[in-house]
Write a protein that binds this ligand. Sequence first.
Ligand SMILES: Cc1cc2nc3c(=O)[nH]c(=O)nc-3n(C[C@H](O)[C@H](O)[C@H](O)COP(=O)(O)OP(=O)(O)OC[C@H]3O[C@@H](n4cnc5c(N)ncnc54)[C@H](O)[C@@H]3O)c2cc1C
Ligand SMILES: NC(=O)c1ccc[n+]([C@@H]2O[C@H](COP(=O)([O-])OP(=O)(O)OC[C@H]3O[C@@H](n4cnc5c(N)ncnc54)[C@H](O)[C@@H]3O)[C@@H](O)[C@H]2O)c1
Length: 463
Amino acid sequence: MSANEQHVDVAIIGSGSANTILDERFDGLSVAMFEESIFGGTCINVGCIPTKMFVYAAEVANTVRRAERYGIDARIERVRWQDIVDRVFGRIDPIAEGGENYRRGDGSPNVTLYSSHATFVGPRRIDAGDGRIVTADRVVVGAGSRPVIPEAIAASGVRYHTNDDIMRLPELPEHLIVVGSGYIAAEFAHVFSALGSRVTVLVRKDRMLRKSDEEISAHFTDLAAAKWDVRCGVEAVDAREDGTSVVVTLSDGTEVTGDALLVATGRTPNGDRIGADVAGIELHDDGRIRVDEFGRTTAEGVFALGDVSSPYQLKHVANAEARVVQENVLRPDWTDTAGWATFDHRYVPSAIFTDPMIAEVGLTERDARDQGYDVAVKVQKYADVAYGWAMEDHEGLCKVVADRATGRLLGAHIIGEQAPTVIQPLIQAITFGQTVREIARGQYWIHPALPEVVENALLGLDL
Ligand SMILES: Cc1cc2nc3c(=O)[nH]c(=O)nc-3n(C[C@H](O)[C@H](O)[C@H](O)COP(=O)(O)OP(=O)(O)OC[C@H]3O[C@@H](n4cnc5c(N)ncnc54)[C@H](O)[C@@H]3O)c2cc1C
Ligand SMILES: NC(=O)c1ccc[n+]([C@@H]2O[C@H](COP(=O)([O-])OP(=O)(O)OC[C@H]3O[C@@H](n4cnc5c(N)ncnc54)[C@H](O)[C@@H]3O)[C@@H](O)[C@H]2O)c1
């Protein structure tokens, strides 16, 4: 072995969820970790956590704006954008720094941290990009995903933002143009609109959040169109800068002019940037690393987890997959999988922290019908329960989809105040296979709390 070569027991690519596998079981092992960007990955630095801290500020602004309906006159005097940015990143940046120092320093004496881009140059043989080579008995690839930029925007040469930098703009834009209509578009449209920007959302198809249950996404799109300039059925075909403005040309021939452009058109897995082919790691057509239920890739000794390989680009899924890989990676025999931990992708919940919030688990009504279930559906309005009256809510809905044959829940879709919290009993019920009757009548529902909307939806099912 040359002086520039290091052999380790475990090599880890990416410091997001993959970083969490290193517990005391790894203390006696040599580990190499590669991180080419900010330590800690997407969620903590440019994803879940800062976005939700901005969302909370947006909620406060909307509470003030909507206070009048409760007999309270209030108004927003000023939004101190820079103070909001400082609050968020004053909390977050030290965490990334602390995590990196921990891995670099005495906290992890068995770990060598390479702050560089890792590329496979052979099976379990990794080029650190700085002349050093690492070989490993086991490799964990947790390389995440990156934003997709539509060709028309990329080719135009116009300045645009993604989630990587939009939260650190020097000032609040007067008019934000958002290309895309999924999770990131819906969350940032809410944040910037609530904090005072005008927002235009460019939606390629007929409605926003098309992956959600049709009824929920149609309802959301109607509510969004009342607050934001939502343009459905258009694509950005070109863009140019005009002084400090950005002008986007749409497929219908019209133009939109704003002072900042956010691109939120999906994220692609980073498996195409690691030399997967020479390592024997196969990819799916959509770019994800192919893994089995144990997290094993097609290359012996190499595991993958999170956005780079998972069908779900969600932090709770990446973390759950990391727990599985953590169990399996130290097993001595690659082929004897008896007793190995497995991924559980049966009932993956998700939430969109927009306005109103959305949370979902299980099948949409359409999927349930397409799969041949004898479906019962109930949509219960927040406005029909006491806490909904208290909130003067006229937007929230709880939709439950159940199977008449078994009396079990197939899916739940909530749009409204605190939907990600309100849905939790339904995630539990669907995961543990409880019947609708058991969930609705087998426990107390605190009166008059918001989850009564869930109780009433369940009781309203015609089973
Ligand atoms: C704006 C936004 C908001 C989100 N909000 C939520 C939310 O509210 N809830 C939720 O569940 N999920 C949310 N997500 C999704 C969530 O952030 C991701 O699913 C999760 O962070 C993926 O974790 P990971 O470990 O797979 O990848 P990451 O956390 O992205 O980690 C991968 C790391 O690998 C590094 N890397 C990549 N290739 C190499 C290489 N070759 N060499 C060295 N280093 C490399 C990258 O720099 C990165 O740091 C959000 C995502 C975004 C973008
Ligand atoms: N709260 C959360 O859990 C949360 C928040 C943000 C992001 N995320 C994760 O990150 C992923 C990526 O987020 P995202 O919003 O970028 O992706 P997304 O898949 O949610 O939405 C992408 C949207 O862009 C549209 N689109 C694609 N190409 C386009 C084009 N050329 N022009 C116009 N529109 C186009 C799609 O139709 C879709 O509506 C999400 O799928 C989600 O898994 C999760």
